[in-house]
Every structure is written in structure tokens, then in C-alpha cells.
Design a protein around this ligand. Structure first.
Ligand SMILES: O=C(O)CCC(=O)C(=O)O
Length: 266
């Protein structure tokens, strides 16, 4: 596993776009002001308290289809609570990363999902996965981007997100008949960087993860192989996320359940 230093967006949007195109992700150090981070964290904690109380003893499985409208367990001990920009008290196009989103997906890019993902102490690493599949056999620029915001300093022990660098170019199941879309999108034990290049002379994509300071962001292509690492610390690890899609792109494997944790009429 390589630990690389994070890189500020700097003065050049072109440079950020180039890195995103080459590596499938970019780390933007200190992207958010403390007041924005505090707001995102406060709203996240308050919502997670309410949701956990309302969930009570109701059983919740792993994965989007086994979850609820209000909460999904992405992997054991890793919880995803959707929160709209309005609930966070922000405007999705006024956030500091918007210029990179608009330059990459188009000025008419749409907000797709947002919320908080937190992992409990002791929760294991996820299996490698992508967030949505390629849509054509020929390589296309990204149809969706995710922004993850560190809501506090995240040490390696807390389990930051790990990326397989450049793997967005190798996850195309329409181009590579050895790959199966569902095995990439849903978490399968056998999906890993090596699998993407099996039977070829290509290099195995490098695994990259690094600690993050509060307010730093990871922006990544939806088709990049990634996973949340295990939380070996004694603290909850929280990241807010904002996902954007090209205008007109509609596929949704993110929130598939229609049931609510609240009784009908709540
Ligand atoms: O928790 C993380 O770092 C990543 C989470 C993730 O990729 C997912 O739940 O789909």
C-alpha cells in the first residue's frame, strides 16, 4: 500500500482535471473552511443520532437493497445516511469543488446523492467495488464523480478510502468479457485490482491510501475501484459525500430500498 501526500487543487483546474483523468481520483487538501466542516459534521451527528434511535431493534442487512430509505449498512459497521444539500444547509453548486465538477461533467451537471458515511471502531475493510458501471465499450470521460469530505482528521488506523489508481480505465465490463458488472458494483470478495488485469500484460493498478486532515476532499470517478479500509481506531470515522452526475445519467444502485424506518404516516 502506498501512502502519498495529498495535493492541493492549486491554481490550475486543468492540472486537477488531468490528474482526475489519469488516476481516477484527486486529493484536495484543506479544501473546506472550518465552518463548513463543522456544519457538515454537526448535521451528520445529529441525523445519525435520530436515525439510530428510530431504527431501534429493526434488523438491517448489508447493502443498498437490504437497507432503508434513511440508512444503508454498506458493509459491517459502515453506515450511509443520505442528507440532501438543503438538509446540510449548503448549495451543491456553491461548494468549493464545484468548478472541478462543472469542468469535468459539464456546467449542467446534477447533484445525485449526498450524505454521510461513517465506520464504527472495529469495522472491517470493504471489498473492492465501483459505484456505477461503464456505459459504453469504448472509454468515455466520467459520467459521475464523488466528493468525499473528511469531517475530522483521518489517520490510517481509522481507515481512509483506498483507491486502485487508474482502475477507472480497467473496470469496463463491456470491453473486458472477463468482468461482470454486478461483481464490480456490489461488493464481491473476489473483486480486486489484480482481477482487472488478469490474462493481460497490463500492470496491476497501485493501491493508494493516505491520512487526511479535516476539510480535505477526495474526488473520484464513479468507475474507479475503491473501498473503505477497516477502522482499527477507537473513534468513529466520518466522511460527508456529495455525488454528481452528467445531466441525463440516471442509473441508481446506490439507494435501492423503498422501505422506511418510520412507521407509515410518520
Ligand atoms: O467508507 C469509505 O471510505 C468508502 C465507502 C464506500 O465506498 C461505499 O460504501 O460504497
Amino acid at each position: 500500500m502506498k501512502h502519498t501526500g495529498t495535493q492541493a487543487i492549486g491554481s490550475s483546474l486543468d492540472d486537477a482535471q488531468r490528474r482526475l483523468a489519469n488516476d481516477g481520483f484527486i486529493a484536495l487538501t484543506g479544501m473546506c473552511e472550518a465552518s463548513l466542516v463543522a456544519r457538515l459534521l454537526d448535521v451528520s451527528l445529529s441525523r445519525s443520532r435520530d436515525i439510530t434511535a428510530a431504527l431501534g431493534a429493526q434488523a438491517i442487512g448489508i447493502g443498498s437493497a437490504a437497507g432503508f430509505l434513511e440508512i444503508v449498512q454498506r458493509s459491517p459497521g459502515r453506515w450511509d445516511i443520505p442528507l440532501s444539500p438543503a438538509e446540510f444547509g449548503v448549495e451543491d453548486r456553491s461548494l468549493p469543488w464545484w468548478p472541478l465538477i462543472a469542468d469535468t461533467l459539464g456546467a449542467d451537471a446534477e447533484h445525485a446523492f449526498s450524505g454521510v458515511v461513517y465506520s464504527d471502531p472495529g469495522s472491517p475493510a470493504q471489498f473492492w467495488h465501483i459505484d456505477s458501471p461503464h456505459v459504453t465499450a469504448e472509454y468515455q470521460p466520467p459520467h459521475a464523480l464523488n466528493v468525499m469530505v473528511a469531517l475530522h482528521d483521518i489517520t490510517l488506523a481509522m481507515g481512509p478510502t483506498e483507491f486502485a489508481a487508474g482502475s477507472h480505465r480497467l473496470t469496463n465490463h463491456l470491453h473486458n468479457p472477463l468482468l461482470v458488472s454486478d461483481e464490480l458494483v456490489y461488493q464481491y470478495e473476489t473483486t480486486c485490482p489484480e482481477r482487472l488485469v488478469a490474462g493481460t500484460q497490463k500492470d496491476v493498478p497501485e493501491r493508494i491510501s493516505f491520512p487526511l486532515t479535516a476539510g480535505s476532499c477526495l474526488v473520484f470517478d464513479d468507475r474507479l475501484l475503491h473501498r473503505g479500509l477497516g477502522n482499527e481506531s477507537t473513534s468513529r470515522r466520518s466522511v460527508a459525500y456529495f455525488s454528481y452526475r452528467q445531466a441525463g445519467y440516471r442509473e441508481n444502485t446506490h439507494f435501492e430500498s423503498q422501505r422506511s424506518i418510520y412507521p407509515a404516516g410518520h
